[in-house]
Design a protein around this ligand. Structure first.
Ligand code: ZN
Ligand code: ZN
Length: 305
């Protein structure tokens, strides 16, 4: 894999990219958009892991292994960019744990923007970390599911499978935390993390099967991505642990895969894709106008004209 310089990454993550598509009001290209985030899902790790379905969707859909997240490459700030379309300087979620006293995100999320266009659109979040509550603005997410007792990807996927038919979500976010948990504890290339990746692939299969069973697949687009990558450090006892947050290539490089309706088959994306482009792409697919002050741009090259 070829990587761009850290300086380029830094510039990409700092510069607001004003969208040329703000005024575009084309109709929806898909009825259902599912954004699935693999926490600490570095492309280098995914490449080594047993993830047949993820790799099949990348090969048959459109993909880049060189998309970039924001700096700091931390879970809550990065996911906030993924789901608001702007950088940390604008969304100002600069903390990374659940802090109820800090309140909710101050900029609109894609769920709110989708609702503003079409009140009838169904929206949902299935997450394995409670800190996503900071993005749950009143009236924007019809179904917010944080399973308090079991946050494994298998259970998050099961929660999704039990509700997808009743919800038929137009816009849905699903978060698998396992690779991050295992990566921190045992290192970014550890067998434990590889097992966690394999588990997320099985959970992805549960999601795909449930969407099939609900009869939504033909009208759906899936975006598979991550909040950040990671790198190893030695803790004070000399034990290898995984971490992230820096502007290093290992921390900021993320996968970006789209699969489903209108996606160019077997296409390698050459355009630069940055964390906040996921938000813009989701809105563009649903025919929701992209706000003027968005930093993200839809990854149009990945779709048939
Ligand atoms: Zn994370
Ligand atoms: Zn982490």
């Amino acid at each position: 894999m070829k990587f761009k310089s850290t300086l380029t990454l830094l510039l990409l993550s700092l510069l607001p990219v004003h969208s040329a598509f703000s005024a575009e009001t084309a109709g929806p290209r898909a009825k259902h958009v599912f954004i699935i985030s693999f926490d600490q899902g570095a492309p280098a790790g995914i490449e080594k892991a047993e993830m047949p379905l993820f790799k099949e969707m990348a090969a048959k859909g459109a993909h880049t292994w060189e998309a970039y997240t924001i700096v700091p490459s931390l879970t809550l700030p990065s996911h906030t960019s993924m789901l608001t379309g702007v950088g940390i300087q604008k969304h100002q979620i600069d903390w990374n744990d659940y802090q109820p006293d800090k309140g909710l995100v101050k900029v609109p999320t894609i769920f709110g923007l989708a609702k503003a266009k079409d009140k009838g659109i169904s929206t949902a979040m299935f997450v394995s970390k409670q800190k996503f509550e900071h993005l749950n603005l009143p009236g924007t997410v019809d179904f917010f599911d944080f399973p308090a007792k079991d946050q494994t990807c298998g259970n998050v996927a099961q929660e999704f499978a039990s509700h997808v038919d009743e919800l038929k979500p137009g816009l849905c976010f699903i978060h698998f935390g396992d690779p991050d948990v295992m990566g921190h504890q045992f290192g970014v290339d550890s067998p434990e993390k590889m097992k966690a990746f394999a588990d997320t692939d099985k959970a992805l299969k549960v999601i795909r099967d449930a969407v099939d069973k609900a009869g939504l697949t033909a009208d759906s687009v899936f975006i598979l991505t991550a909040d950040h990558g990671g790198h190893d450090i030695q803790d004070k006892n000399g034990i290898i642990r995984g971490t992230h947050g820096s502007s290093s290539t290992e921390d900021v490089t993320i996968p970006w895969v789209v699969w489903g309706k209108g996606v160019k088959p077997g296409f390698t994306i050459h355009a630069a894709v940055v964390q906040y482009d996921t938000a813009a792409t989701a809105l563009w697919l649903l025919g929701v106008p992209i706000p003027e002050d968005f930093w993200g741009r839809p990854v149009i090259s990945a779709f048939e004209p």
